[in-house]
Design a protein. Structure first.
Length: 323
């Protein structure tokens, strides 16, 4: 049975039961659906090598609401003084943050990411207004572990860039960071290089000999920086799936709503629909609707006449979903 890892941070942020998982074997997709039901998953995020993610995407697409959320390139390099990122003399002061100076982080995260769309934005069922505060919270978490750190760039009494680093399994990596969008492109480039130069030194001092970094496939500017100034090479391509189930929402809220279709009916549909016509990839359709103010969730499905004709689920208002 595929293992799902509960994500308390994302669950608290968006109000759904979030799970993370690595890509299951292609032939384990039925077990994956059962595991999601057993864990009452609302949203599951899968990230893995692109070829595996795309193949798994096609297998589960007929049975649940699946979103290809992003595609990422992984870069690597052996880490030593010769491969240390270039220092371009941006003029900014690079400082390692502490708990006492953590307040300097908030504004720069917003300045770096206010126009940035990540994989959460691709999911229409999430409250997008909570994504940017979530990035601020996630960035702050790098101050709570000795294997992690945050560097910021200060220029003219302003924080103009930041970089979150971590060491995991003996490998160093930059996880999140950027430079302020209010700066000219050349200044942003120099600040990013200077921060990564200092970050590489931090890793080398701790005996780290390998470095990884990640960026989206459409971020050609960052890819050039990684290859030209950070001396990295592309290692592999990754992809991210969001899979929406809303099992927990449907089951916990059905007890207080006069639903036309019970949670047990939904369970039957989800757990058994793939046994009706396992080769069919066109007869199952879904609709998830989220309106935060009215707390309305609907789930609809159409199957051909071999077994299950249709299912519908509605919480508020308590009327059948159209089928």
């Amino acid at each position: 049975m595929p293992k799902l890892d509960f994500s308390p941070r994302e669950s608290a942020r968006f109000g759904f039961r979030f799970f993370r998982a690595s890509t299951p074997r292609i032939d384990a997709w039925k077990d994956f659906l059962d595991a999601c039901y057993n864990d009452r998953a609302d949203v599951v995020i899968l990230r893995g090598e692109s070829n595996l993610i795309h193949a798994f995407h096609q297998e589960i697409l007929p049975f649940c609401h699946v979103i290809l959320a992003d595609e990422i390139l992984e870069f690597r390099k052996p880490l030593n003084p010769k491969t240390q990122s270039d220092f371009l003399k941006s003029g900014a002061e690079i400082i390692e943050l502490t708990q006492q100076t953590a307040y300097l982080l908030d504004d720069v995260v917003e300045h770096c990411y206010e126009k940035y769309a990540n994989h959460y934005h691709r999911n229409p069922c999430l409250n997008h207004e909570k994504i940017l505060p979530g990035l601020v919270e996630f960035s702050h978490s790098f101050l709570s572990d000795t294997k992690k750190t945050i560097f910021i760039a200060r220029n003219k009494q302003q924080t103009v860039g930041y970089l979150c680093m971590e060491i995991k399994g003996g490998v160093g990596s930059t996880v999140i960071g950027g430079s302020s969008l209010t700066l000219p492109p050349l200044a942003r480039h120099k600040i990013l290089c200077d921060m990564t130069h200092v970050g590489d030194a931090w890793l080398i001092e701790r005996g780290v000999k390998e470095f990884h970094a990640f960026t989206r496939t459409d971020k050609t500017y960052i890819q050039k920086l990684l290859t030209r100034n950070m001396h990295c090479q592309v290692s592999k391509s990754l992809a991210t799936l969001h899979v929406n189930f809303f099992f927990d929402k449907m089951q916990t809220e059905s007890s207080s709503a006069e639903d036309t279709f019970s949670a047990q009916r939904v369970r039957y549909a989800q757990r058994n629909v793939y046994r009706l016509r396992p080769q069919s990839k066109s007869s199952y359709q879904k609709s998830f609707t989220l309106n935060a103010a009215e707390r309305t969730y609907t789930y609809t499905a159409d199957i051909d006449t071999k077994g299950l004709a249709a299912i519908g689920y509605s919480i508020l208002p308590s009327t059948p979903a159209p089928v």
